[in-house]
Design a protein. Structure first.
Length: 432
């Protein structure tokens, strides 16, 4: 007999048997023999019953999730000596890990040849995906040492229970009693951040201010809203004897845009959400495009297909969102009196919302009617790397034929450049 991918020897019961059992359960199963030296020499057990008790206690108390249903203990006689064979089947709730170390390489092991070795983080994630599926928020969190100070205070302020039963109902625990990624997102240990920046120019090269916000999504929502509010200036004008105050950006639009970026982003990517503040607009970019089969037009009409249903339910219970599918409409409605409307741009991996500054000189010029369509397009070109004809249709509120005529005129005057053909045709200006 010799050790191999499915066979391991131990002379006596030692703490290290836990690692061997975990590696078998995480790979393709195997047998651990107690009473055989590493070189295959059978020495037997002086007290086989005591060895069985030791081994079963170690395995039961030190390994998560519960692995006992995949373990069989059998006494065998080899070379006239009694040994304990611990037969381990491949588990159905992988990855199995040392309870004290958690779901990280120091706690998760796999079988590699005749050795049990720490699993890589990618191997751990793959095992979780294979067991839990591809829905990020329902998968087990790699970090099981989570705290919920911010969430507890918020639930308490709304007179809502946040005990173990409620946490399970909200999807913070899986069937094995382990924290899910939903729990990770609202915990203090949430690794996803929001990066905020205020720019003094349009090329994103000169910063006036910047800040990265981390922690529970609830804390991020509050801190980023307050950060934007510092730059949301109050403007006043008089109509007769009455003073009318107006903020640069509607509070409703800011709030709904931030909520959208938190609740609907794709957290399987580690990149940060971006909030960029310019003199005439705010851009919020969240990771993850629209779900397959859903178009931007569908979303604007109020269709809501939620990527993170558990997270959305939590925000709904806390009255942070009122109902599904209304956020983008609220953003648009808050600009009803403005000529320049919010924009929404979608790629395969990102969703951008652009909120215009209602009090910017550009907005006021448009409202006063002192800007031509050509000037409006060139201003738009200065704010975007490139754009399509359909974007100009929406900007000018004209027909495709009218937009084409103006664009051709600007191309002929070398004020605009173009690349691509057909639907891929994009317009831009030369930047120096």
């Amino acid at each position: 007999m010799q050790e191999d991918e499915s066979t391991e020897f131990k002379e006596i019961v030692v703490d290290g048997i836990k690692k061997e059992v975990i590696s078998f359960a995480n790979t393709r199963g195997g047998t651990l023999y107690i009473g055989i030296k590493d070189d295959g020499t059978v020495v037997g057990l002086e007290n086989a019953d005591f060895a069985l008790q030791q081994a079963s206690n170690l395995i039961r108390d030190s390994i998560k999730p519960d692995i006992t249903m995949f373990i069989r203990y059998v006494f065998e006689t080899l070379d006239d000596r009694q040994v304990l064979a611990i037969h381990v089947e491949e588990g159905s709730n992988k990855p199995y890990y040392l309870a004290k170390n958690g779901l990280k390489p120091s706690g998760v092991f796999v079988r590699q040849g005749a050795s049990s070795v720490p699993a890589s983080e990618e191997q751990i994630r793959r095992m979780i995906r294979e067991t839990d599926g591809d829905c990020f928020e329902k998968m087990r969190s790699l970090n099981q040492n989570l705290t919920f100070d911010t969430a507890e205070k918020l639930f308490k302020s709304q007179n809502l229970d946040f005990g173990d039963t409620q946490k399970r109902t909200l999807g913070l625990y899986d069937d094995a009693g382990l924290f899910t990624n939903t729990a990770l997102l609202i915990s203090e240990q949430n690794p996803f951040t929001i990066k905020c920046a205020v720019f003094s120019n349009e090329e994103q090269t000169e910063f006036k201010d910047r800040k990265e916000v981390s922690g529970s999504l609830f804390l991020q929502l509050s801190e980023v809203y307050n950060y934007i509010d510092r730059y949301n200036n109050l403007n006043s004008k008089f109509e007769g004897l009455h003073r009318i105050d107006s903020r640069d950006y509607p509070e409703t639009a800011i709030r709904e845009a931030l909520l959208n970026s938190l609740v609907h982003r794709d957290y399987s990517y580690s990149a940060s959400t971006l909030v960029s503040i310019y003199s005439d607009r705010i851009e919020i970019v969240s990771i993850g495009g629209l779900l397959q089969g859903v178009s931007l037009e569908d979303v604007k009409m109020g269709l809501s297909v939620c990527r993170n249903k558990n997270l959305a339910d939590i925000f709904y219970r806390l009255t942070l969102i009122e109902s599904y599918g209304t956020g983008l409409r609220k953003i648009m409605n808050s600009y009803n009196s403005c000529e320049r409307k919010p924009e929404m741009l979608v790629t395969q991996n990102a969703f951008k919302i652009i909120l215009p500054n209602k009090n910017s000189a550009f907005q006021k010029t448009i409202a006063s009617g002192f800007i031509t369509n050509e000037e409006l397009i060139l201003k738009y070109a200065g704010e975007h790397e490139s754009f399509s004809r359909s974007e100009i249709d929406a900007l000018l509120k004209t027909s495709p034929a009218t937009s084409n005529r103006i664009l051709k005129k600007l191309l002929a005057e070398n004020k605009l450049l173009a690349r691509g053909n057909g639907k891929a045709l994009r317009y831009f200006i030369e930047r120096r």
